[in-house]
Design a protein around this ligand. Structure first.
Ligand code: 2AM
Ligand code: CA
Length: 252
């Protein structure tokens, strides 16, 4: 018999919590930091270890699903059947710096469409979960985006650090929001930023370029919490087979 969404969420939650222990107890002196292509684009031995661990655990949960992970060389096809899209450590620079603002993100897609999202910040022991059509939850309690207007909004943003050609436009937008909103924040984890929109701590989050593992789970959490998530043009749906911009908000 096929597992229900509730069952899958429970099992995936258990898996991310196990991996959260690895993240929390990591010895950063042994993190073996490597530079990937682009400015401030790092991978540590822990990104790789957590990815390998979560891949094994997710395989036990749903063996028929293909696996796409940030630290993977070959990316699988996602348009048919089940696929997991996973970020083992979102906020790798925060992790390296011990800022305690990083998350593990697991999305489950069905025929290329978002079905389940689970995001875990082990430092706060916060797990955000959503199933398409069933609402969003923080540690099992229902969550909703805030109803504050722009004047009272916290606007989170990412700087697309590995894409210098995006910086000018990003900071123009930030300056514009500084004038119109309450204040701005730059956390360093798109997953945590999006979850902050979902539970009403932020009203807006944007970043000019992210990869599917950065938003596949958390953007479902925002939508199921009553928010809106599109590309920066305000209407185009996000893509899960290639990078895109992300614009999440509590209201239009
Ligand atoms: P990461 O920590 O998993 O690498 C910071 O602006 C946000 O962008 C983080 O969520 C970070 O995820 C993500 N990020 C960093 N490098 C990236 C890259 N090369 N492509 C897409 N997203 C990236
Ligand atoms: Ca990421």
């Amino acid at each position: 018999m096929e597992k229900s969404g509730t069952q899958l969420i429970a099992e995936i939650t258990e898996a991310v919590k196990k991996c959260g222990e690895i993240m929390k107890n990591a010895d950063r002196s042994e993190a073996n930091i490597e530079q990937k292509a682009g400015h401030a684009n790092f991978v540590t031995a822990y990104d790789k270890l957590i990815q390998k661990t979560i891949q094994g655990l997710l395989y036990e949960i749903l063996p028929e699903a293909v696996f796409v992970g940030e630290e993977e060389d070959v990316h699988a096809q996602i348009e048919k059947g089940y696929s997991f899209i996973v970020d083992p450590i979102d906020g790798t620079t925060n992790f390296i710096k011990d800022l305690k603002q990083s998350a593990i993100s697991v999305a489950l897609l069905k025929d290329g469409k978002q079905y389940i999202g689970v995001c875990y910040n082990p430092y706060l022991d916060e797990v955000f979960t959503a199933e398409k059509g069933c609402g969003a939850f923080l540690n099992g309690q229902p969550i909703h985006v805030s109803n504050s207007p722009l004047e009272q909004a916290i606007v989170g943003f990412g700087t697309s650090p590995y894409n210098p050609e995006r910086w000018d436009k990003t900071f123009e937008m930030v300056k514009d929001y500084m004038a119109k909103a309450l204040d701005v924040r730059r956390m360093g984890s798109a997953v945590i930023d999006l979850c902050n929109v979902a539970c009403g701590r932020y009203e807006i989050f944007f970043e000019m370029q992210l990869s599917p593992w950065d938003y596949a789970a958390a953007s479902l959490v925002v939508k199921e919490a009553g928010g809106i998530v599109t590309m920066l043009d305000g209407e185009t749906p996000l893509t899960f087979d290639k990078p895109c911009s992300v614009f999440a908000r509590n209201m239009d």
